[in-house]
Structure formats: C-alpha cells, structure tokens
Design a protein around this ligand. Structure first.
Ligand SMILES: O=C1O[C@H](COP(=O)(O)O)[C@@H](O)[C@H](O)[C@H]1O
Length: 234
C-alpha cells in the first residue's frame, strides 16, 4: 500500500480552501514543467465548494484541460451531468473542459470506447486526479457489478470504459463512463476529498483490507503507487 496521509478540517468550507490551494499548486507545477496541465475532477456535490475556490485562482487557465473522472450518460445540461457542473465552474476562466460522454453512442460500452478513442488526443498521464468516494464505496464511476473488472482490470493503456452499476445508485441510476483503475493509478498526483463519518469509516476499512477490499476505492488505493492525500471534513 502506498503512503496515505489524512488531512482533517472543521468543516467543508475549510476543506475546500485547503484542497483548492493544493490543486492550484499541482496545476501550476505542471504548467511550469510541461507548459500545460491535464487534470480529472469528480462529480457529485462534495467537490462543488472546492471548484468555486479553485476557480478564483490566477492560473494560465487556457493551458489547463479538465476532464471528469467519470460521467453519467445523460445529456449536457442535465442535473446529473458531471461535465456540466465542471464547465459551469471553469469554462468562464478559459479552461478547456473536455467531455468523456456524448449523446451519439448507442450504448454505454460503445460510449466508453468512443470516449477512450477521443482521449487519445490528449497528453497522458494525468497531472492530477481528484477523487470523490460514494457511501457505497465507489470512486469515479467504478462500481460493483458485471462491469467492475472492465474498469479495475483494464489494459494499462485503457483510459476510460463504459459501465453499468449494479445495483444502480439511487441518486443517479444511470450508466456511466469512468476513468479506469490503471488510468487513475498512473496519475502524477492522486488526491481524495470526502465528507462525513460514514465515508471515513469505509475508507479506513478499505485501507486495512488492502487489495482484498470489496470496495472499488479499496482496489484503487491498493493499486496506487504515488503518495495519496485524503482530505476529510465532518
Ligand atoms: O456518482 C458519483 O458519486 C461520487 C461521490 O459523490 P459525492 O457527492 O458523494 O462526493 C463522485 O465522486 C463521482 O464523480 C460521481 O459520479
């Protein structure tokens, strides 16, 4: 297991400011080193205050490409669309916000293949992956179900894959496209931001279980090789 450090905050606002500061530093370091930066950001509600704080940063945003860690197969603008929330926060700053889904694909597996082909145009590995974690132990859209192995045991150069969670999460019961475990594990920086005691307990147990963990977040942590910061607020 890689080195994991917990960072605890009094509330989500304090966590958002600290995580935004870390992300700004990583993006600026990538810009300094390579002239551009490519990062992956999660969906859901937890990261929204982080995006608001990060979008305030003075960065060469035009040289920053942002993809979602995962997205739901819904039209752009839908309240379940992760890319829509990311675009809202960063497009006005000039960042290139790059979708990983499209309305054109006939099914979720084809959507994953089409997205994987499109992502070949981008620089890789990712400079940064920020992950969220669901209370069911999923991360990005790596969920239990028939497609779990497609995401966790993907070929090392597979960037994204289409998946159908089983069981479907009640708050967003749709098929998705997600970064694969190898794509996440290959990122230059891996950071997690979560709130609530239930998620903390789940992640602590996943760390203890290592590769045997039944939870997708446990499998990702076990595969990671870079040190990971986990930011947590109650
Ligand atoms: O479905 C998803 O859920 C997770 C967790 O969201 P949160 O609001 O509970 O933090 C998120 O990380 C993922 O990107 C999203 O598609």
């Amino acid at each position: 297991m890689t080195e994991i450090e917990w960072w605890d905050y009094d509330d989500a606002e304090e966590m958002a400011a600290a995580v935004a500061g870390d992300l700004r530093f990583v993006i600026q370091s990538a810009l300094d080193a390579r002239g551009d930066a490519i990062i992956a950001l999660p969906g859901g509600s937890t990261p929204l205050p982080i995006y608001a704080a990060l979008a305030e940063s003075e960065l060469a945003w035009k040289r920053v490409t942002i993809i979602p860690t995962d997205d739901r197969l819904v039209p752009m603008g839908d309240k379940l669309s992760n890319i829509t929330a990311i675009a809202k926060a960063f497009m006005a700053r000039g960042a290139r916000v790059y979708p990983i889904t499209s309305d054109a694909a006939e099914d979720y597996r084809a959507a994953g293949q089409a997205a994987d082909a499109r992502l070949r145009d981008l620089g890789w590995p990712l400079d940064l992956v920020l992950l969220g974690v669901g209370e069911d132990g999923h991360t990005a859209s790596i969920f239990p179900g028939d497609d779990l192995a497609a995401a966790t045991d993907a070929k090392s150069d597979a960037r994204v894959v289409g998946v159908k969670p089983d069981p479907m999460p009640a708050n967003a019961p749709v098929a998705r496209v997600t970064l694969t475990l190898p794509a996440i594990a290959a990122a230059r920086t891996l950071t997690i931001a979560v709130t609530g005691q239930a998620k903390r307990d789940l992640i602590e147990q996943a760390i203890e279980d290592g590769a045997k963990s039944p939870h997708p977040i446990g499998k990702v942590l076990a595969a990671a090789t870079v040190p990971i910061d986990i930011h947590w607020a109650p």
